[in-house]
Unconditional design. Sequence first.
Length: 299
Amino acid sequence: MKLGLQVSYWSWPDAPRSIGPTFSRMVRDAEDAGLSSLWVMDHYFQIGGIGPPELEMLEAYTTLAFAAGQTSTIELGVMVTGVTYRHPGILLKTVRTLDGLSGGRAWLGIGAAWFEEEHRCLGVPHPPVAERFERLEETLQLAHRMFSGDESPFLGTHYYLERPLNVPPPIRRPPILVGGGGERKTLRLVARYADACNIFDMGPERVRAKYDVIDRHCADVGRDPAEITRTVLSRISLSREGGEQLRSGETTISVAQAVDKLGGLAEIGTDVVILGMGNDTDEAAYELVADLVREVGQL
């Protein structure tokens, strides 16, 4: 099993001046600790459950480009791009640009865009859910074309691209991750188009049920489910002994406790767990993350 890091909170002491230096140190610490990937949210306002919309939030691809310049090996992705925010031709050129500047470390993480308030406040159209999924499927079809050099015209229900040129070609074809656990639409799109899924950590039994749905959709389209990397987004904050109360209200756990938790996900076939950490700005936490990376690498 591999581990990644998602950064979703930016309202650190002395923000906004502290954001650049703090994030720069964090991404280097994450890479040095052996984390395989770094992810940021595709939001323009902070989301409920983390904080009010007035808290600091960064544009995702600018942020990842900054991270690419601070690192050399960690892979970079958005968890997940809202399909409504960018025209697909521009989005795929953006991901291709990140791929080139990072030396082939970019992912395309994408989903159906749920945050209606953010759209409304910024003047971005937020179509009904059925249309958003139609747009998502067309964008996935275009991703396969544009990442492989297919310049033939694309005529969909919602998008027409006369010549989807995307040069230079990717250094590595960006893997496609579709985020979400909807069983009828989202996981069907995973089976048909994606290299990876991402499921919220609901405990091993409920996550496994989602994997079973992916397997059934793969059977329907004649695809080997082993081709799909199974990732889970989980929340773990580490301290040496565990039991510390963080400012966010979270309670830390020890490396041994984290190994037990992640072991249950490894047993059901999870390949990657992407961690949200309530103490992700704490340099000392990354020493423990490095220990955890070594332990779960054996699972």
